[in-house]
Each structure stands twice: as C-alpha cells, then as structure tokens.
Design a protein around this ligand. Sequence first.
Ligand SMILES: Nc1ncnc2c1ncn2[C@@H]1O[C@H](COP(=O)(O)OP(=O)(O)OP(=O)(O)O)[C@@H](O)[C@H]1O
Length: 243
Amino acid sequence: MEEALRLDTVSKVYGRGGGAVAALREVTAGIPRGCFTAVMGPSGSGKSTFLHCAAGLDIPTSGTVRLGGTELSGLNETELTELRRRRVGFVFQAFNLVPSLTVEQNITLPLRLARTRADRAWLDEVVARVGLADRAGHRPAQLSGGQQQRVAIARALVTRPEVVFGDEPTGALDTMTAREVLALLREAVDAMGQTVVMVTHDPLAAAYADTVLFLADGRIADAMDAPTGDGVAARMTRLGAWK
Ligand SMILES: Nc1ncnc2c1ncn2[C@@H]1O[C@H](COP(=O)(O)OP(=O)(O)OP(=O)(O)O)[C@@H](O)[C@H]1O
C-alpha cells in the first residue's frame, strides 16, 4: 500500500551528556495512505516525540522522515513552516481555536495563512460533515467542548492535507463526546480518503483505527491491525503500561 509518511531509523535525543534522554530509538514505520493509525504506549514511551518528528514540528537527532516524496531534513525553517501549513493538519487535546474568530473563520484560518482561497464547495462539505453548518457564525466560547473539537477537525481537513495528526484529540472530552469525535475522524478516513495518525492513551479510542503502533521505551514494540479495545488494553498491559 502507498505510504503517506515514512520514518526511517528515526532517533531523538533530548539534552546532552549525563542528562540526555533518548525519546525515540531508531524508529522505522510506514503510515499507509488513506488509513487511520493510532500510536499508543506507556507514559514517556515517545508518542508525542514520534508525532512531533513525523509532523515536522520537531527535528530528529538522526534518521529520516518523508512526507509524500519530501524528506523533511532537507527543508529549511521557512519550507518546514509552509509544509506544516499546507500539507499536514493538526488536532490537539486543547482545541487551540482563536476565541475572537467565528467558527468559519477558525476553519479557514489555515487557508488564509497559506494564502490560498477557500474552495467554497469543499468548505461547505467539511463544515457539513462536522455538523456545524448552523454554527458557522458562532464564536468558540458559544460551543461545547465536542463542538469546538469538531471545529478543530474541520480546520485540520480544510487544506486537504496529506496527513492529519491528532495528539490526544479526545483527552479533554467526556466518553460520549469523545466517541463522536472519533467517529468523525473515522469518517474522514472512510469517506474522504484522509490519512490520520493519532496519539492516544485510550484503548477504546485506538480501536477506531485500522492499525495501532505500540511504542515502548522509544521503540516500536508491536503493531495490531483491526484493533479492539480489549485487545489493545491487553497489549498495553503486556507492555507494562498499567502495572
Ligand atoms: N523537550 C524535552 N526535553 C527533555 N526531555 C524530553 C522532552 N520532551 C520529551 N522528553 C522526554 O522524552 C521521553 C518521551 O517523551 P514523550 O512526551 O514523547 O512521551 P509520551 O509517550 O508522549 O508520554 P506521555 O504519554 O506521558 O505524554 C520522556 O522521557 C520525556 O521525559
């Protein structure tokens, strides 16, 4: 299957000397296009570092990251900024919406930053898919947490990025709302062909993915296709996550 993203022997060391921490150790992974991949692992296993290196938010100490045909280490800071604006989307735990902007203005912000015009039909489709057509003029403070996260998902989808990265996107939501948000990410994959990579602590969230990558101590320790909540939880227990 075609890969949207590839990491080859990626290592990331924070700090130097005696205090150095190896957050990733020679991680090699391919993320197939049009698939939903979850990244799990015990606290401190390197999940956020994996996501940040994969998304061009952080630079590996060694190894290569390729998004489509582009090797990230070959880009300067300006090119990396452009890549983050145009070619990837982000959904964070703290929705990170701009309070003074309306729902629609928040959703189209990446387009304005990339100095591209909104394709009206696509914008309408994205807004409708996330169920916010009747809230387009609202401000974030007038929305529930789940609705705010749906705005963030629409904002991540609007540029038709090669990969949408989620960093604990349901971490701040109650169970029911989290399920709606996960179903929406699933729909983005199934109906729109979007590629999604999501870091999560929650086996039930990981069960929405096609594949789960398990990190332990900075390495890929395991992978699971067609995951179930129970299967993921059992694997996490084996990795010593919940002793
Ligand atoms: N900026 C940094 N400086 C120094 N050490 C860091 C930095 N960021 C992460 N680390 C260390 O790297 C290791 C991996 O961290 P990372 O945040 O990637 O793990 P994680 O699996 O996402 O953890 P959690 O589930 O707790 O969020 C940890 O030991 C962490 O303390």
